[in-house]
Design a protein around this ligand. Sequence first.
Ligand code: AMP
Ligand code: GLY
Length: 421
Amino acid sequence: MKILVVGSGGREHAIVWKLAQSPKADKIYCAPGNAGIASIAECVPIKATDVVKMADFAEEKQIDLTVIGMDDPLMLGIVDEFEKRGLRVFGPRANAALIEGSKVFSKNLMKKYQIPTAAYEEFTNPEAARNYIRENKKYPLVLKADGLALGKGVLICGSEAEALAGVDEIMVDQKFGSAGNQMVIEEFLTGQEVSVLSFCDGKTVKTMVSAQDHKRALDNEQGLNTGGMGTFSPSQYYTKEYEEKAIETIFQKTVDAMNAEGRTFKGVLYYGLMLTKDGPKVLEYNARFGDPETQVILPRLKTDLLDIFEACIDGCLDQLDIQWEDNAAVCVVLASGGYPVSYQKGYPIQGLNAFDGRDDMMIFHAGTAFNEKGEIVTSGGRVLGIVALGDNLKDAIDKAYAHVDEVTFKDAFYRHDIGRK
Ligand code: AMP
Ligand code: GLY
C-alpha cells in the first residue's frame, strides 16, 4: 500500500514510525513532514491546510490510504474533499470534527445527551458574559474561546477582574481571532487530568491505553502553558473504577450522540477527562491523536496500526482485537530556550543517533528541518521527544532521564519531572 500522512510534528513522526512496521506498507509519504520523518518516509512540501493540493497529490500518486494527523485540515474539510474524489482517508469529516472545533457545540452536545462535563453557559455577546461574571461568586472560573486557538483559548481566571479582562481578550480584542466570536464560561474542576484516546468507526469505539500530559513549561507545573512538555502512559490515576464509569457515561454515549446528530464520527476521538471526586468528566474532545500523547501510546501498541485504520474506515472495528503491551512509556520533550514565548531556530542537533538499534528508546522529531548544509537543525519550539519504554513507569522514567542528555542543541531545555505527577 501507498500511504500518505498529513502533518509535521512528533505525533506524525510516531504515526509514520508505527505504520512503517506494517508488512502492508510499501511506501509512505508525509506532507509536509520534518527532518526526522524524512528518514522513514518521503516528505512532500505541501502545507497540511492546503486541502486541494493534498488531494491532487494523493490522486496523482494513487495513494491507497491517507491519515490526517492535525486538527486544522480536518476542520477545513480535508476528509470530505478526499471522499468526494473517491480517495480512502482516515479521520472525521468536518461536520464531526466540530466536536473539537467548537466548544459551544461540544458543550451543548454533552448537555443534550447528559454526558458528564463542567457546568457552563455560552455567550455570543460580551456584555452578557460580563453580567454573568459580575453575578458569579466562585473562583477560579474558566473562560473558553469557542474555536480552535492552538490550545491557547482557555483562560483560568482567579478573580472577577481577571475574568472581565478575559472577556475583552477573547471577544472584544479577539486575541484568538474568530475563535472568540462565541465563548463558554464554565465551572473550574479539580482532579487529575487524563487523556483517553479512542479509535472509532462510526459505531464502535475502542479506547487506547491512557496517558497524561504535562502542559506547563517548567518543573512542578510552573511556568507558562505549552503544547505539552512530556507525557507518560499509562496513568496510575485512571483506575478500573474511573474507567468503568467512563465506559458507562462517556465513551459510547458520545459516539451515539454524534450519530443521533447526523455527525457520524470516524477516526481518533480523544477524550480529555478530569478525574473528579464525582467521577470522570469531559474537559474537552479532540478529533485527532494527541501530541505528545501519541508518542507514548503508539509504541505500546501491538496490533498493526494500518489494520486498525482500515477497520475504522470500513466500519468493522468490532471485529478487530486491539492488543497493547503491558508496559509503560515516557516522553520527555526537548524544547528551544525561550519556548513558549520566543526562541531561535536553526541550531544543529547533536546525538540524534544515540538510540539507533535500540527498541526501548526512540526519538520522535517535532520541530526539525535540514539546513543548507544538509544538517538537521531546530525549527520549532518543541524540537524532539525522547521516548523510553520500561516494564513499569519508574523503569521508563529512569531510562529516559539516564539518556536524555545524550541528545542536545544550543539552549535546549526539558522538564525533569515527567511522569512524576
Ligand atoms: P481544553 O482546551 O478545554 O482542554 O483546556 C485546556 C486546559 O485547561 C485543560 O487541559 C485543563 O488543564 C484546563 N481546563 C479546561 N477546562 C477546565 C475546567 N473546567 N476546570 C479546570 N481546568 C480546566
Ligand atoms: N496534548 C494535547 C493535545 O494534543 O491536544
